[in-house]
Write a protein that binds this ligand. Sequence first.
Ligand SMILES: Cc1cc2nc3c(=O)[nH]c(=O)nc-3n(C[C@H](O)[C@H](O)[C@H](O)COP(=O)(O)OP(=O)(O)OC[C@H]3O[C@@H](n4cnc5c(N)ncnc54)[C@H](O)[C@@H]3O)c2cc1C
Length: 430
Amino acid sequence: MRERMTARQCAWRRRSLLGGVTGVATLAALGGAPAVAGRAQPRLVVVGGGPGGLSVARRIAEQGGVRVTVIEANARYAACFWSNHVYGGTADPDSILYGYDGVRAAGVEVIQDRAVAVDRERRAVRLATGGRVAYDRLLIAPGIGFRDVPGYDAAAQKAMPHAYDTRPGSLMKLRQQLRDMPDGGKVLVAVPGGTYRCPPAPYERVSLIAHYLKHAKPKSTIQVIDGKNTFLHQAVTQRAWKERYPGMIEWLPVDFVGEVQAVEAGTRTLHTGFGRFTGDVVNFIPPQRAGDIAVNAGLADETGFCPVAFPQMRSRRDDTVFVVGDAVEAHTMPKAATAAVSQAHACAGAIRQDLLGATPPSPALELACYSFLDPRHAVINTSTYAPTTGGGVKRVDAYNSDKRESAETRRNQAAEAQGWFRSVTRHLFA
Ligand SMILES: Cc1cc2nc3c(=O)[nH]c(=O)nc-3n(C[C@H](O)[C@H](O)[C@H](O)COP(=O)(O)OP(=O)(O)OC[C@H]3O[C@@H](n4cnc5c(N)ncnc54)[C@H](O)[C@@H]3O)c2cc1C
């Protein structure tokens, strides 16, 4: 309950939220026997060209000595962490799409293909087009996958896009549906319970869709059915909804509506234990787990995510494999792009230690999640984490916006978020 920043938060902001993709750590003296001795160019293969995968890939390529190959399914990355601004009408759809030319220019080989299997015994990744890519070390960074919900098959996902991953088509489809909806229509947003990427993001989505509707289709409404009874920044967010979008948003907690149990795309209907909910536009955000390739490779546990030893991010299932980003079973550490970038520091160091014998750094693990209440005001959650002796991770410091923050502070946080987005995408993709 404070507006004043903690010392750690100041330090965090001074480092400009970029950590894992900027600044080359000084290589300490070589120590220990490298895992792949006597070879000029050991190879790191990275599955996934998002913030986690690219932060590690670029850092290692920058430092030299390792051949780095990224396998990425899509030709263009849709920066889902800024996608809500596209729905709000304040960001151009093209402004969140990034190609991989800059990554190639930085010395990283990029294969545009889908990784469909990992042969851990022979240390090779199999591609959808039939090829195999051999590795000395493998980094798995595929982001999230989605748990099965009856009726929400591939066709239903096209008709009712969740718009919660990095495929441009899904994000743009939701935008188009919002634009095609008549004034007086209803948008239904379903938020999952359990662990999902970026905890405040669904509520930011509601705020920014409401901003769009208020100006473009003021008779419209939004109904939120939540898989939880409470959410981060709840008091601040609900107050902002009341003040900025009066009468437009209805939020219903899980105790009142139940969890979504089945989807009927033809009638845009969500079935919960307690009833059925429909909308002119339905944004169903499904429950989540690690990306398919991580699960299929046997790297996930019963939580659906991949257990790793912090801070190096080495898989607990395979010593030659590392995992970063949203696919990780990260205990209390939320799934965020800033977290993925932060995890990449120590991970890149550990991979270089394995392959070249370089001494790894032990940087702090930090994250920031922004949530815009309207296009000019944002609330923030920043946290710092430390590894525990057993290879886990625990939160050591946190700052959450509260309802007494001034409008000026929220404008500053919005500006800071914009600066972060520009910087992180430049450092990942330029
Ligand atoms: C609406 C929204 C708002 C958000 N706001 C914030 C915020 O304010 N701050 C913040 O820090 N985070 C935010 N996030 C979270 C952030 O987007 C994720 O945490 C981040 O993208 C995770 O990075 P990643 O590299 O683990 O996965 P991703 O970004 O999902 O990247 C994974 C990549 O792997 C590729 N891939 C997957 N499987 C395969 C395969 N088999 N073969 C080849 N390629 C594959 C995918 O195509 C994708 O490009 C937000 C998310 C959303 C949805």
